[in-house]
Design a protein around this ligand. Structure first.
Ligand code: TTP
Ligand code: MG
Length: 585
């Protein structure tokens, strides 16, 4: 059965995916450029979470034990990366820059170091103004109201590497898509170079027509490069689909949206037995390679069989059809518009041992302090009404008030008789209404955090863990959700909002007059610092609600803690991480 032909592709969009190179290390390099020429590793607990490419050249890699790294490269410079503030701030700044550089506003962050951009409108506009008689001397217009703003490029061929590397002749049927991808590739080059010139960060970029394809194809040439997936996207009598050959080459577990649990279930069906997943592990995969092609061409395979394998209580509705689409590169999920406020703020930490109420109280206190600080940062703004300013100091006002407070823990399973401990990804949580005192903008943060712990979180914790002892938690997460935006925050909010809007426009125009001519005026936006991805979780991954492929499998948005060194790693990487401990010293 040729599954691809039974699925409808929609290739009218132009999606560019950015993945910043060795992100945490680059943040340190941006702060201190002298580090650029040295092998640099970012350490959390006993592990290198990332290292720059100079360090990689010398044999270091992500999720390597620090002791091992020092053996391989004794002059490695290590910096501590446990406080995520600098990474979060850099991530917001780069995101804001990219978002301002496109027309649609459709810019979506994934974690700290990835961004999707929907550039369909910019590419279509420039397709319409192409001079087909002189493609090598084309001009990409970046501002519809000023035809002189833009860059020159050669529209006769894509910029940078392509998949496949040798693209054959393009058929008439594919010409339109090909042309749009060519323009997408030149726009990607421009954006990459601007990011490097203006912000000092390099990125690896993928260009295609949906999120999954652009994300995956970008990986082919790292770092500081880009890859365009060129047509044909659909199979025909004379040629095979490049989408199919590209997707087919992947291990099933490396497809975004197919997390560890889902991939293991699929592997088991294809192999006809439980896959061994605790030996020979490599980062993000298993030794028992089952490729997308193995799955796609398996006898009887299709959405129904996948539904049968993956469906059942607790599974997402229509999971079979969805996974069937994903493995064939079909993904209609929109790049989401930036939101003014995050849909939740969630702070968590992981622990090797947390088993007394006293300790829990201390940890809750730390988490609550961070939570309240983050609420102030992300959910309030200067109240710039003159009558509200006291002694010239602006007050703050809430942009949104979360209605729900949620406490989540992850209990560590008891030790098995043989001394081993089963792994658990299971979290338990309880929600309660957010107490109104937490919205005080005059009381000090420590006092608010103390009260939040005493009045709300400790009583909630007792309900979650009624036993006084006997539990041992590997993770605690405190979150606020269910945001209510506060247009009604003041008695005359409408008037205020309108005056604020005009002030903002003023600022925008003012900024426009002084900024670099290259910046399209309608994209210049001084409120960008308030813009966030849907969620900003204080851990490496973002726990977005399961609306799209990034988070359909709980493994992807869970962090796990290593029982030996206490490092918090994405669950999918835990096994790989544990393997390092098994290596002889
Ligand atoms: P990655 O994109 O996986 O790595 P990277 O950007 O450092 O390197 P590359 O050039 O290969 O893209 O992860 C982004 C950041 O997330 C990384 O800089 C450090 C952090 N991180 C963790 O905190 N824990 C982890 O287990 C991993 C893999 C990354
Ligand atoms: Mg990266």
């Amino acid at each position: 059965m040729d599954g691809a032909s039974s699925l409808k592709r929609h290739d009218s969009r132009m999606i560019i995916h950015f993945d910043y190179d060795c992100f945490y290390a680059s943040v340190f390099e941006a702060e201190n450029p002298a580090l650029k020429n040295q092998p640099l590793a970012v350490q959390q607990k006993q592990i290198i979470v990332t290292c720059n490419y100079e360090a990689r050249r010398r044999g270091l890699y992500k999720l390597q034990l620090i002791t091992e790294a020092k053996k391989v490269c004794p002059d490695v410079v290590t910096v501590l990366g446990e406080d995520l503030t600098r990474f979060r701030n850099a991530s917001k700044e780069l995101y804001s820059f990219l978002r301002k550089s496109i027309w649609s506003g459709q810019a979506e962050r994934l974690g700290f170091d990835e961004v999707f951009l929907d550039c369909t409108d910019m590419v279509n506009y420039n397709i319409d103004i192409l001079n087909h008689n002189d493609l090598p001397h084309s001009f990409f217009c970046l501002d519809q109201s000023d035809p002189t703003v833009g860059f020159q490029y050669d529209a006769s061929e894509p910029f940078g590497p392509t998949y496949p590397p040798e693209a054959g002749a393009v058929s008439d049927q594919d010409l339109q898509l090909y042309r749009r991808l060519v323009l997408g590739s030149h726009l990607a080059r421009y954006l990459r170079h601007e990011l490097e010139k203006e912000k000092g960060y390099t990125a690896t970029v993928g260009i295609s027509t949906n999120k999954i394809l652009s994300k995956l194809v970008g990986n082919l040439h790292k770092p500081k490069s880009q890859t365009t997936l060129v047509p044909p996207y659909d199979a025909s009598a004379s040629s095979e689909s490049h989408v199919t050959t590209f997707m087919d080459s992947h291990d099933i577990g490396s497809i975004p949206g197919i997390g560890f649990k889902i991939s293991q279930k699929i592997r088991a069906r294809i192999l006809g037995r439980q896959p061994a997943f605790d030996e020979g592990l490599v980062y993000g995969g298993t030794k028992e390679k089952v490729t997308v092609r193995d799955v796609r061409t398996f006898v009887g395979m299709g959405p129904e069989m996948l539904e049968e394998i993956l469906g059942g209580p607790g599974s997402q509705r229509g999971i079979g059809g969805k996974i069937w689409g994903l493995i064939q590169g079909v993904d209609d999920v929109e790049v989401s518009q930036a939101k003014k406020v995050p849909s939740q703020i969630s702070i968590e930490d992981s622990y090797t041992r947390l088993d007394t109420l006293d300790e829990v109280r201390k940890k809750l206190n730390l988490l609550s302090n961070s939570l309240i600080r983050r609420m102030h940062l992300d959910l309030t703004e200067d109240d710039d009404d003159a009558e509200n300013a006291e002694h010239g100091i602006l007050k703050r006002r809430w942009l949104a008030r979360p209605r729900t407070l949620r406490l989540t823990t992850r209990p560590r399973p008891a030790v098995n008789p043989d001394g081993t401990r089963s792994r658990s990804f299971n979290r338990i949580s309880r929600s309660l209404p957010m107490p109104t005192f937490a919205f005080s903008l005059t009381e000090n943060v420590h006092a608010l955090a103390d009260r939040l712990v005493q009045d709300s979180l400790i009583p909630c914790f007792r309900k979650l863990h009624p036993e006084r002892s006997g539990w041992n938690l590997s993770l605690v997460n405190v979150a606020v959700t269910n945001m209510a935006e506060t247009a009604a925050d003041s008695k005359d909010s409408d008037g205020r909002d309108i005056s604020r809007m005009f002030r903002r426009q003023d600022d925008v125009l003012k900024e426009w007059r002084v900024v670099d001519e290259d910046v399209a005026p309608h994209l210049t936006d001084d409120v960008n610092d308030l813009l966030e991805g849907s969620v900003d979780v204080d851990v490496y991954s973002e726990a977005t609600p399961p609306t799209s492929w990034e988070s359909d499998d709980e493994v992807q948005d869970n962090m796990d803690v290593c029982g030996r060194c206490g490092l918090s790693v994405p669950s999918f990487a835990l096994l790989a991480h544990e393997r390092f401990h098994q290596m002889p010293d």
